[in-house]
Design a protein around this ligand. Structure first.
Ligand SMILES: [Zn+2]
Length: 313
């Protein structure tokens, strides 16, 4: 059952309740066991502290013990990833149109270092949290990481493994291919051992539509893994955007020429941004992916937006 009326207060309550859960001594993790053996699925919320869509998925699964009653096999871990950033977001964020400062505490939890012999080096808030979650991540056969975007956008699947069939979610008609190659660091799902990874940008933060997509995605993955009774649905075609470049400004003097919109098509030769060094000009027809609604990045040195070519499936 999907819930259309989730308020910020309800999401905050889901967050607070989940912070009190613990599995194997790790806070913010709840495990639900089915009556028969089966896959271990992890559903991840708030990898970024200002992206509460995953809490809507927790709500639909936990409300009235719905998942507990419907789970046919296996086990589901509901994991609140960035507890510290999420807490700051719920306690401090006033202007919900601009929450980028609550994305993380010390470093982006979706840009992790490469583990060395199973260990993560470093001592940030996010590294410490990932380190305590690693043993749980290692148990997963499949993982769904639920995100959202700062600017209005259609929901987008992030392709993790081209060999893997995509998650079918009604209302999700876009898939981004090749983005992992352009991230400065490893996506969090890469830490989840051999698990099949599914990452979904559900739409913009706190939009009611994004909260619905997150709920739908959680149920559809459970169905796809045969962990709950499948509901019929017609597969919808995906438009695939092949990411070929992340735009990272060389220094803080740079800014875009204008605000860009999600999936906007720019012709070859477009002057994208200027600063004290070389201007940034795009060399081919490109679609704009995940542009923030501003001219300069909040976090200098991060990927500010992506450029893609377009394919149809
Ligand atoms: Zn995110």
């Amino acid at each position: 059952m999907l819930h259309t009326d989730l308020s910020r207060n309800t999401l905050r309550q889901v967050f607070e309740d989940h912070c009190l859960q613990a599995h194997a001594g790790v806070p913010g993790v709840l495990r639900i066991d089915g009556p028969a053996p089966g896959p271990s699925l992890g559903i991840l919320a708030m990898t970024h502290g200002n992206e509460p869509a995953g809490l809507a998925a927790f709500y639909t699964l936990l409300q009235a013990q719905t998942l507990q009653q419907q789970l046919r096999c296996g086990r589901v871990y509901l994991i609140l990833n960035n507890l510290a950033a999420g807490r700051r977001y719920f306690e401090e964020a006033q202007d919900l149109s601009f929450t980028a400062h609550y994305r993380f505490v010390d470093q982006d939890m979706n840009r992790m270092p490469e583990p060395v012999q199973g260990e993560l080096a470093g001592d940030s808030s996010e590294i410490r949290r990932a380190r305590e979650l690693l043993p749980i991540y290692a148990e997963l056969d499949a993982v769904l990481d639920l995100h959202s975007t700062s600017a209005p956008s259609a929901p987008m699947l992030i392709e993790i493994d081209p060999e893997q069939s995509p998650l079918q979610v009604p209302g999700v008609n876009v898939m981004l291919r090749g983005i992992l190659d352009h991230l400065i660091g490893k996506a969090l799902v890469s830490l989840c051992g051999q698990a099949k990874g599914y990452v979904l940008e559900c739409g913009s933060h706190e939009e009611p539509a994004s909260l619905l997509i997150a709920q739908e995605a959680a149920w559809r993955l459970l169905e796809q893994l045969d962990m709950v009774m499948p509901r019929p649905h017609a597969p919808s075609p995906l438009t695939i955007y092949q990411i070929y470049r992340a735009i990272i400004f060389p220094d803080e003097s740079y800014q875009l020429q204008r605000i860009l919109h999600s999936f906007e098509c720019l012709p070859a030769g477009t002057l994208l941004a200027e600063g004290e060094g070389q201007p940034i000009v795009i060399d081919r027809e490109s679609w704009v992916i995940m542009p923030p609604p501003r001219l300069k990045p909040v976090h200098p040195g991060s990927e500010f937006l992506y450029l893609a070519s377009r394919e149809t499936s």
